[in-house]
Design a protein around this ligand. Structure first.
Ligand code: AMP
Ligand code: ZN
Length: 461
């Protein structure tokens, strides 16, 4: 069955035709690890995960690369302001490395909780300084970059066209409309590839231009070409990346090898909070942890995100989360009813449901439409294992773990007894004994998790 994606580059839905038959090469701009990821960030990650799962559903083998930006992303997405990593390190009184490690770990915890698959390759910017340096040298050699007293800039006037993703017309832009930080820039839209480090700058590397550090955009060009080649299939990110970051990635790639790096550019729309922007000053920045703290299964947020197409704005409200929570319960119950059902269903009916679900996901990841089919299957009056199996197949795309409860293993009596003894020790405030029992349980292959309703155990995998 054909797959159609909306391509930001051509502004239309197109049939997906990969460069290599049966394989999809994808690059996703990953997080800048200087602060907690918000549920807005996670919406973009869920969209990317659904893309992966839909391609797999269609039998594709994946090579998906995601970078971790741990240097070079300045406070503005352009060339102004401090490096986000350094700002955060200063504010939290930690080293940039500590900041990067801490927030990278939290980011992956969130992905895990949302059942988001890890891309095949995860690469850190600071591990690819050499590749970036070589890329900049190549751009200079090809005549696309120049040096000023503060940086190496990309010269956008050397391109046949700059701005093909966002459709900006440079001729119509009033010259000097942007306030320049560097008067030596030749054109207002020239951007920094490599930045010369001030004296006390913490993150810097030797280069032909003295101690310096990479710009944010060069990271993605250097890493995508290293792992996926000069051209690959799909490039993804949030919608905010279109006008600067992705435009500049395309410019770099055209300067280095004359090609637009990806054939399909897919962008996820923003999550709004109560109809407006999520911002610190409004005090409405929500993390996945906030949803979990209110007692919801994090996968409720995943299901909530399917209420809207990834290219539309999604409005977050707690009422919406509550409704999604009830829906998740109903999905699981509906699945269980089919699992134990004994009715026999005509194969054509099962196939028709499958076809409609498949068509929906292949139509530019239309999850609201796909969920409509899921609910029809759940509500189908005859209850049958055939439909339970079909729902499990759908769940390879939904990622909602609808059969989680049926998968839970029995906890051995010995472990339950030890857990009870530990509970008693805790009531007696005998912390040493409690810790000893926790270690013993761990030795036996189970992890103790303390929650507000007491302790539970989980098998260590
Ligand atoms: P930030 O941490 O703000 O730099 O965001 C990292 C990436 O997450 C951005 O480039 C966006 O693509 C995405 N993102 C940020 N905020 C939202 C939001 N409210 N909704 C959806 N995606 C977002
Ligand atoms: Zn990027």
């Amino acid at each position: 069955m054909e797959i159609k994606f909306y391509n930001t580059l051509t502004k239309q839905k197109e049939n997906f035709i990969p460069l290599n038959i049966g394989e999809a090469k994808i690059y996703s701009c990953g997080p800048t690890v200087y602060k907690n990821a918000t549920i807005g960030n996670m919406r973009t990650n869920i969209f990317q995960d659904v893309l992966r799962r839909v391609l797999k559903y269609n039998g594709y083998k994946l090579k998906h690369v995601m970078n971790i930006t741990d240097v070079g992303h300045l406070v503005s997405d352009g060339d102004e302001g401090e490096d986000k990593m350094l700002k955060s390190a200063r504010e939290e009184n930690k080293s940039p490395l500590e900041i990067a490690e801490y927030y990278t770990k939290l980011f992956f915890n969130d992905l895990d909780a949302l059942n988001i698959e890890k891309p095949e390759i995860i690469c850190k910017a600071t591990d690819h300084i050499n590749e970036m340096l070589e890329y900049v040298k190549k751009l200079i050699a090809n005549g696309y970059a120049y040096e000023t007293s503060t940086a190496i800039y990309f010269d956008v006037s050397k391109l046949d066209k700059y701005g093909i993703l966002s459709g900006i017309n440079l001729d119509e832009q009033k010259s000097g409309a942007r306030v320049e930080v560097d008067k030596e820039k030749k054109n207002p839209y020239d951007f920094a590839l490599w930045i010369k480090a001030p004296e006390n700058h913490l993150m810097k590397w030797d280069s032909p231009w003295g101690p310096s550090y990479p710009g944010w955009h060069i990271e993605c060009s250097a890493m995508s070409s290293k792992y996926l080649g000069e051209q690959f299939d799909i490039h993804t990110g949030g919608i905010d990346l279109i006008p600067t970051h992705h435009e500049n990635e395309i410019a770099q790639s055209k300067g280095a090898c004359g090609k637009i790096p990806a054939r399909y550019w897919m962008h996820g729309e923003y999550l709004l909070i109560n109809g407006g922007k999520m911002s610190k000053s409004l005090g409405n920045v929500y993390l996945l942890e906030d949803i979990i703290k209110r007692g919801y299964n994090p996968l409720v947020y995943r299901l909530f995100s399917y209420s809207c197409h990834y290219r539309n704005k999604l409005n977050f409200t707690w009422e919406g989360i509550d409704a999604a929570s009830k829906s998740l319960e109903r999905l699981k119950e509906g699945y269980k009813k089919h699992l134990t059902g004994e009715d026999n269903i005509n194969k054509e009916i099962v196939d028709e449901f499958e076809k409609r679900f498949h068509e929906a996901i292949n139509d530019d990841l239309n999850m609201p439409l796909a969920m409509g089919v899921v609910w029809e299957v759940i509500r189908y009056e005859k209850k049958s294992k055939q439909l339970a199996d079909l729902l499990l197949k759908f769940d390879t795309v939904l990622g909602l773990k609808i059969d989680e409860e049926n998968q839970k293993e029995e906890i051995p009596e010995e472990i339950t007894n030890l857990l009870e003894q530990r509970q008693k020790a805790r009531e007696d405030k005998n912390w040493a004994e409690s810790d000893k029992l926790r270690d013993l349980i761990k030795e036996k292959g189970y992890l103790v998790k303390d929650g507000k309703d007491g302790a539970t155990v989980e098998k260590i995998k």
